[in-house]
Write a protein that binds this ligand. Structure first.
Ligand SMILES: [Zn+2]
Length: 426
């Protein structure tokens, strides 16, 4: 496949200004960038006027539910949702059934991905067996299959002594730890933030301190062990400030992520018990949203990740306390970030490329991709003039538990190219 993309505005992590030009792609690589390039024989030309040419996104926090919960999502449907949202690489969380806690399960998951996914799929592995927080998982065997991220995501690794031992052990192999931060004893039924809304609805809330305590605990453990700790889906402003403080000290390797929903929504959105606003950590307050956005702009957050968490309509139709935590995210992430933050001037494409494409790949030890001569073809075209309506039919995820359902937002992922293949074209 030879492609000539003309009149593109090219996004990079290094500058808020968009370069413009024509880009020639063949043999799965970017061959030439310039003005007025002519298409070689047999090449297809795409006029990219009004469109942004950006590297493919990379989501370092997704739940694909396979093996064990295929009614919610499979690796096949989850990766199609990724492509639908302009994402060309993902990292699975290990809270499947069986949990991804041994070489056998890792091998199985990677094999399914190889057969059914059109984009690279990486998986994290559990810190402890079956995420029970007691015995170490089969860390050695997982490492041999390329696993670098260890996490008991869905829960905190309860016993700090076990986590410290895992850190001391696995850091020697260059592995790092990703923490879901929550003191379970403080978290109540894990349904929503403790605050005015939880009082009004009469449900025991989960206070922000339940998250902040473990953010600090796990960074301290990493500090003691010389480990790299990555803090997942931060929802509280004080939690963000805790990470900022540790980063400024500079004597522990700490990275962190924020999810689009924690930037955009508050517990007020729950309204009349809408379970599409139920996730863990929960939505908190306007002040938290603003604090998290500032943290993202300041670089306290290294990456944006969705915590894509599909559940069936039946599960999400239960009462607010019983319904499972989580919302889908990959179909909607990029368009929602564009609509709410780029189109409104809060931040530029450079932040999106850095935090949702380059840094998540670097976290996983992968090279970042960019629109430069010699780079692999791994890019999207994003139409800034078009709109996307997130109907049930639009969504490629097997589940549609998202607050964006039936919303129309500015922006559209029009084209996704990876290697020699066009994965999506609208
Ligand atoms: Zn989590």
């Amino acid at each position: 496949m030879t492609l000539l993309i003309t009149n593109a505005r090219i996004a990079s992590e290094n500058s808020p200004d968009l370069a413009s030009g024509d880009v020639l792609i063949s043999d799965g690589k970017i061959q030439q960038i310039g003005k007025g390039l002519t298409a070689p024989d047999g090449a297809r030309t795409i006029d990219a006027r009004n469109r942004i040419l950006a590297p493919g996104m990379f989501d370092a926090h997704v739940h694909f539910r396979e093996p064990g919960f295929e009614a919610k999502e499979t690796i096949a449907s989850g990766t199609e949702a990724a492509i639908n949202g302009g994402i060309t690489g993902v990292v699975m969380m290990p809270n499947t059934r069986p949990a991804i806690d041994s070489a056998t399960v890792v091998a199985n998951v990677l094999d399914i991905a190889k057969r059914t996914a059109r984009i690279p799929v990486y998986t994290s592995g559990c810190v402890t067996k079956d995420r029970h927080g007691k015995e170490l998982a089969g860390i050695d065997g997982m490492r041999n299959l390329g696993v670098v991220m260890l996490t008991d995501d869905g829960d905190t690794t309860g016993d700090p002594a076990v986590l410290l031992r895992a850190m001391q052990y696995a850091s020697e192999f260059g592995m790092f730890f990703a923490s879901h931060c929550e003191v379970p004893e403080l978290a109540g039924p894990r349904a929503l933030n403790e605050g005015l809304v939880s009082y009004r609805l009469g449900i025991k809330g989960s206070p922000a301190c339940a998250e902040e305590i473990i953010i600090d605990r796990d960074i301290r453990l990493a500090h003691a062990a010389g480990a790299h700790i990555h803090i997942q889906h931060v929802s509280s402003k004080l939690g963000m400030e805790t990470i900022r403080w540790w980063k400024q000290r500079g004597d522990v390797k700490v990275t962190a992520e924020v999810s689009p929903h924690h930037l955009l929504f508050t517990d007020e959105h729950i309204g009349d018990f809408d379970t599409n606003y139920k996730m863990n950590p929960p939505l908190r307050t306007q002040a938290d949203n603003e604090g998290l956005l500032q943290g993202l702009i300041d670089g306290v957050f290294d990456l944006i990740a969705t915590d894509h968490a599909p559940h069936t309509p039946f599960e999400k139709s239960q009462d607010f306390v019983s319904a499972p935590n989580g919302i889908t995210g990959m179909d909607t992430a990029l368009v929602s970030l564009y609509h709410h933050f780029v189109a409104t001037g809060k931040f530029g494409w450079d932040l999106i490329v850095k935090r949702y494409s380059a840094e998540p790949r670097r976290l996983m030890g992968l090279p970042a991709v960019s629109i430069e001569v010699g780079q692999p073809a791994d890019f999207i075209l994003f139409d800034t003039e078009a709109e996307t309506t997130f109907t049930k039919e639009f969504m490629k995820s097997r589940s549609q538990n998202t607050p964006f359902i039936d919303q129309t937002l500015k922006g559209s992922v029009d084209l996704v190219v990876l290697g020699t293949e066009i994965l999506l074209e609208r």
